[in-house]
Design a protein around this ligand. Structure first.
Ligand code: GCB
Length: 651
């Protein structure tokens, strides 16, 4: 029965995409091509936080109208980075309200003179609400951090001889409200014996520091005025052929031709087509396999799209190349299948934060993290608790690291967060996530939320709607949310494809009683499976360890306790993974910053690596385990390799 369901799903894959809800406008990653140029605006920006009483002085004095330095003092602020940890001004650490960024840019002459060039300003993310002015003109607004937004600014830059000088001003507000994602509340403290007049704090309902600012790259790029706006690719496998279904949207012309070529990794043409949609057949296709699941993981083809279009200024051409991995994803009652083979997630949960850059995107950190993931033998992670930078997903595609892509639906703890405005917003955010990440073979499942109050009736309806919407947007991937509710109370679980459950036995309950874990975890799995008969992922488990703290027999917060707790979980995971448990994701890959609280010592210390990416004892335990599991689950099966625990195993 289970097998039949999986096969039916696979067969429907290509058809289903045709029925997917149409998304308005594309959000293709800005790549250079013969018709497209990029200009990165990373580096130092001018910066000012608006400390005025109502935080609105910047608007009252219209700081965007002239260079920021003319309206008051500015700080140097690196982009990308969070602003919180950069300055010695302590007020910036947990500043709430509007901050202002500004950068002056000189554009290449062709961009401003050639009217068949379209100039786009793209902001990788601005947490949490942003307003953008170009040369003082209100150009763009966006709600929500962690996702890109952009505007065509051609008509602002193609206006005269001096137009090559550009001033970009971005005001960003990090206030979270009951309807933002994640939600938050502002609390005014009115007891004047304790607090000055107008004193307020921002309450968040999640366990990571609310870093803010321009945390990903800002860039300008060009396309011709008629251009490839979006490409959607889904893949399936028929016998030994790979099928690549594509759909392309073009803007700026109705008179155009599209040529599509699929090249293998050696640049050899393997299939081609024309028009806005079609199917490319690749006989003997090499599949995209996860890291360690197969000897040759992460094979990528390139889909080259060439547009030739008529415009009022004459003919133009546009080129875009999209990496494509051919793979299938299916879920049965007890298995998660990639390319028809059972896949076991042995991986981590991450955060994007590290050091003084906060959540600022950083190439050395990215590469280090991927080296550590491979060292660990991790084949997967969840983007807890928000979508990560696009460059992260590109690395996952290339390295074969499987991703559960989570939206910023974290901290949905209070009943008032499940209202209609929030729901509409949540659905819009899922549209943005799917629009951005739909073509990554590494992304195998969407997660719409982390630990919402899913025992509430209102949450049940809310989750049902968000999940249904996400499935309508992308029928090719399973959808989940991560729960910590009791199996009998959870109102959202009926709608997910995979049960993702978090538990912290012998950490948040029965402190120190490691001997209870096996009993409690076994009960947890059995109850969930009995009730839903769906595959289960242990989506979080772990314990805090402060690096260098030791005690034997183990006590909480020591490296020994963290290790022993993991070992207890592993006993049960080993029993259940042969049945219906399809994954384990440790909480957390690395220590990370949180708000200050008596429960946190300079942040959350559940990392198996420190915030500086050095291993704790638990990292070695996990490494041995993950390589062992990899050896057992590899396809096609080959004898365990002794070199697995060497430095460059299995490439
Ligand atoms: C959780 C949350 C995660 C926290 C973690 C903890 O359940 O999903 O965001 O950081 O527990 O360490 O408490």
């Amino acid at each position: 029965m289970a097998r039949r369901t999986a096969v039916a799903w696979a067969a429907l894959g290509p058809l289903l995409w045709g029925c997917a809800l149409a998304l308005q406008g594309g959000m293709l990653y800005p790549r250079e091509s013969p018709s497209r140029q990029r200009k990165e605006l990373d580096g130092l920006w001018s910066f000012r936080a608006d400390f005025s009483h109502n935080r609105r002085r910047g608007f009252e004095e219209q700081w965007y109208r002239r260079p920021l330095r003319e309206s008051g003092p500015t700080l140097d602020m690196p982009v990308p980075s969070s602003f919180n940890d950069i300055s010695q001004d302590w007020r910036l650490w947990d500043f709430v309200g509007w901050v202002w960024y500004e950068r002056e840019v000189i554009l290449p002459e062709r961009w401003t003179q050639d009217l068949s060039t379209r100039v786009v300003l793209r902001i990788g993310s601005a947490h949490a609400y942003a307003i953008v002015w170009v040369n003082g003109v209100d150009t763009l607004e966006h709600e929500g951090g962690y996702l890109p937004f952009e505007a065509d600014i051609s008509n602002l830059v193609q206006v005269g001889p001096l137009s090559s000088q550009l001033r970009i001003t971005i005001a960003i507000n990090n206030t979270l409200t009951p309807t933002t994602l994640p939600p938050g509340t502002i609390q005014y403290l009115t007891d004047t014996s304790k607090y000055p007049k107008g004193y307020f704090v921002q309450n968040v309902y999640f366990d990571f520091f609310n870093y803010a600012g321009l945390q990903r790259s800002v860039l300008l790029y060009t396309t011709p005025t008629a251009y490839i706006d979006d490409i959607t690719v889904t893949t399936s496998v028929e016998h030994d052929s790979g099928l690549v279904n594509y759909q392309i949207s073009v803007k700026g012309s109705n008179l155009f031709e599209l040529e599509v070529r699929l090249l293998d990794a050696e640049n050899k043409l393997v299939a081609n087509g024309t028009g806005t949609q079609g199917q490319l057949k690749v006989p003997g296709a090499r599949l995209w396999w996860p890291y360690l699941m197969h000897e040759r993981p992460a094979y990528l083809y390139s889909l080259e799209v060439r547009l030739t279009a008529q415009t009022s200024l004459g003919p133009v051409s546009d080129f875009y190349t999209l990496p494509v991995g051919i793979r299938t994803v299916n879920v049965t009652k007890s298995q998660f299948l990639i390319n028809g083979k059972p896949f076991y997630f042995h991986g981590v949960n991450k955060h994007e934060d590290a050091d003084i850059r906060g959540k600022g995107f950083d190439w050395p950190l990215l590469v280090k993290d991927f080296n550590l993931l491979r060292w660990l033998g991790a084949n997967a992670f969840r983007t807890s608790h928000y979508p990560y930078a696009e460059e992260v997903l590109q690395m996952c595609d290339r390295y074969g690291i499987v991703v559960i892509d989570e939206c910023p639906g974290v901290g949905l703890e209070l009943p008032q967060f499940f209202n209609n405005v929030s729901l509409q917003n949540h659905m819009r955010v899922m549209e943005e996530v799917v629009r951005r990440d739909k073509n990554h073979p590494a992304v195998v499942m969407w997660s719409v939320a982390n630990e919402p109050a899913s025992h509430l009736e209102s949450a049940g309806y809310y989750l049902k709607m968000v999940i249904a919407h996400t499935k309508a947007l992308d029928p090719s991937r399973p959808v989940t949310f991560v729960t910590r509710s009791n199996y009998a109370a959870d109102k959202g679980a009926p709608y997910v494809d995979v049960i993702c459950v978090n538990s912290y036995y012998s950490w948040y309950n029965d402190f120190g009683h490691l001997e209870l874990i096996q009993r409690q975890l076994t009960t947890q799995f059995e109850n969930w499976y009995k009730t839903y008969q769906k595959p289960i992922i242990q989506s979080e488990y772990g314990a805090e360890a402060i690096v260098g703290f030791h005690q034997d027999p183990p006590l909480m917060f020591t490296e020994e306790y963290q290790k022993s707790l993991l070992e207890q979980y592993h006993v049960v995971l080993d029993q259940k993974r042969r049945k219906y448990v399809v994954g384990e994701l440790i909480w957390n890959f690395a220590d990370f910053m949180t708000e200050q609280s008596p429960l946190r010592v300079l942040g959350n210390k559940k990392g198996v690596f420190t915030r500086q990416r050095q291993p704790k004892s638990a990292a070695f335990l996990l490494r041995e385990r993950y390589w062992k599991i990899a050896n057992e689950t590899r396809y096609p099966y080959s004898i365990a390799k002794s070199q697995c625990l060497e430095n460059s195993p299995f490439t």
